[in-house]
Structures are given as structure tokens and as C-alpha cells.
Design a protein around this ligand. Sequence first.
Ligand code: CA
Length: 229
Amino acid sequence: MSATILIVEDEADLATLLRYNLEAKGFKALVANDGDEAIAIIAEVKPDLILLDWMLPVVSGIELCRRWRKNQETANIPIIMLTAKGEEGDKVRGLATGADDYMVKPFSTLELMARIEAILRRSSPELLSQNLTAGNIELDKKNFRVLREGKEIHLGPIEYRLLEYLMTSIGRVYSREQLLNNVWGSDVYVDDRTVDVHIARLRKSLTKNKQQDPIRTVRGAGYAFDEKF
Ligand code: CA
């Protein structure tokens, strides 16, 4: 399950850009061009976060924010205000109305995405712990389970973390040192051979029914989780 984000923005180009970026991140994005549309959408679907433009026709973003904060149904939905106004006084007014954060146009979409994730991590942590999937292998981060072709594969804690780490960047080659630092932690003393031992165990578990080996050894470099297997 991924988070649903409502974009309330009357500039069509910006709304499209935001929707594109949110969808690329795996979010579900809804767009309202004005306050009435936003109110109609919220009556049907409760979003997990609202991106709210300050300057909107008819009802302003500030007024919408105020109304949503007063309504029990919407009082806890995080709101990020988007505005061209940069004055300090307006920022304070936006936050005082109950917005959780504030971005001044033109802003970097990368920074906005980072702020959205930071807010959602606090407000709805369950939404960000998605499953990782590659081919017929599925890693359920919430329950620490690994499935291949729908059948559960039992892994030790180190093998689980190794697989999770490799699956977050499919195709990328990691050196033994990078794997040690990220899976074991940089303060733990283990040598490179340990990585080979655990990779071998992970491979054995993943291929116990004679399936294809998804882990590629890159001579002199390290290991990668293959995109094609
Ligand atoms: Ca506007």
C-alpha cells in the first residue's frame, strides 16, 4: 500500500510536474485545481498528505487549511503549503494556520519529495515500508518474510539484511566493504571472507528448488542482485 497525496494547485503545469514526480516515487497522486475540487475529492478519499497552493482562485489555500484543521475528519492530515510568497510573515502565518511545512516557489522537486517522505515517516510509517519485488522474489519488509514463487524462504538475520540491501538497488554492484558497512555496520570487526560466506548461504536458500541464482559475482568488485534472472 502506498500513500495517497492530494495536490491542490491551479497552475496546470506545476500540478502535472508534481503528479509525475509523486507517481515516479510510487505515490498515488490526485489533483484538484481549486478549493471546491479539493473539498469534493476529500469527501470521497482521505489523502495521507496534502500539497496546498496558497494562491488559489475563489477560496485561498490558507482558508482551506484553516477549514481542514477545524474539521475532525481532516484535522490530522499533514499539509505542505506551496507558495510564491517568500516573506517571513507569510511563512509564519502559513504555519500558524496549521500547515506542517512550507515550500516557496520555485522549489526543487527533489527537496519537496524529501520533505514529503520525512513527514509521512512520522505520520504514517506503515505506508513507507513497502515490499521489495524482483522477478519472482518478494521481500516483505513489514513482516521480515521472503517469498520466492509464493513460497516462503527462511533466512538468517544477516542473510535477510543482505538480500534487503541488494534488492534496494537492483543491478548495482556493491563491494564487500560496502556490504560490510551497510549490513554488519562499520563498527563491527569482520573480514571480507565473512561476506562471501553469507552470500553463499543466501544463494543456497534462494536456489534451494533449483531456481536461477539472482546474485551475480563481479570478479574483483563484489556482488550485485541481477535485474534479469
Ligand atoms: Ca496558484
